[in-house]
Design a protein around this ligand. Sequence first.
Ligand code: AMP
Length: 399
Amino acid sequence: MAIATYNKKTIRDIDVNGKRILMRVDYNVPRDENGEPTDLTRINGTLPTLHYLLKRGARVVLMSHLGRPKGQRNLKYSLANLTPYLARLLDTDVAFCDDCIGPKAEEMAAALQPGQVLLLENLRFYAEEEANDKEFAGKLAKLGEIYVNDAFGTVHRAHASIAAITEYLPAVSGLLLEKDLVMISKILGAGYRPCVAVMGGAKISDKIGVIKNLLPKVDRLLIGGAMANTFLHALGHNMGASKLSADDVELVHELLAIDIGKKIVLPEDLVVADKFDNEAQKKNVGIDEVPEGWMALDMGEKTIQTYSAIIRSAGAVIWNGPMGVFEMPNFARGTEAVALACAKSQGATIVGGGDSLAALDQVGVNYMITHVSTGGGSTLEYLEGRRLPGVDVLLDAED
Ligand code: AMP
């Protein structure tokens, strides 16, 4: 798969000593009902950049979004809870400002000493963030002298803290963003065959463009999760009460029509349940045997065998999205089997997306994956060959 090489300036290419760095991170971490983070992968991913900067006496102001507060100040989405976790990981105090712009944030940013860190409140408490508002970006820019983007999970979005802000400050990439893009290019650019993409999750319309553009580039595309239900429904199988997107039937036909190489692989059997509950009655059935009122919540045993074998004998694998309702232990088998198959694959593996990372963790195979990516949607858009607005705006490397 031909993929552009990375040619952007990073923090290594500029003098960061003693400078005030305004750094965009992606701390949009999964949380429990009390707002406590349940997985710190995304925070951990930024530690190399933070250590690099702090060791050089930089003063670091961190900004992120969390969830979808839709432009409202909703403390359910406050980043305050993350402060002690970040402080523990960095082994240093981390200050928190309950706003991301304005006099208080400016004062706190100005007071930072070399080696100190300040975390700002959720950027998306302001609608201007997602609107890529220039004025808002200008207010953010007052908090630093150099802008660093280390948020691979968000670079496919042209938001104020990602795009417009680069009109005010010299903009370079952090080490995580660089690593994600370089690793994906290296692995997929190496030409390992067969190249297998595995896609799951619920929403199909979100991923349709990706599938279309990926098809010519991969040898196999394995589909699972509720997305597979939509495909099976479109092919005329009765899916009972399964979650599917009836509105996407036409899109599915479009995809199947262009799949002349028959690269798309769909489940041959399913695990169905009589209700959406971990304790539901369940059974393994063929794709034509879903009982009325029952729903497919996982892929079946035969499908697990087929998918696992394809993944294990692949030259390169890229996986994104759960293969069933893996949050319920009784319906996590398909997703966990894919995680395990990736770990045991003879090929190079890239896994991205919050749910897939959680599954790797569940099975304990994170360290057996060639590249665990912090990106989800951004990885897919990059693979599609689309430009990433948050990367385009960074300064070009000189060579
Ligand atoms: P997405 O945000 O599109 O990646 O979808 C992730 C969600 O899809 C997870 O919360 C899964 O529980 C859900 N999901 C996967 N397979 C199914 C299924 N067969 N039925 C219902 N939900 C599913």
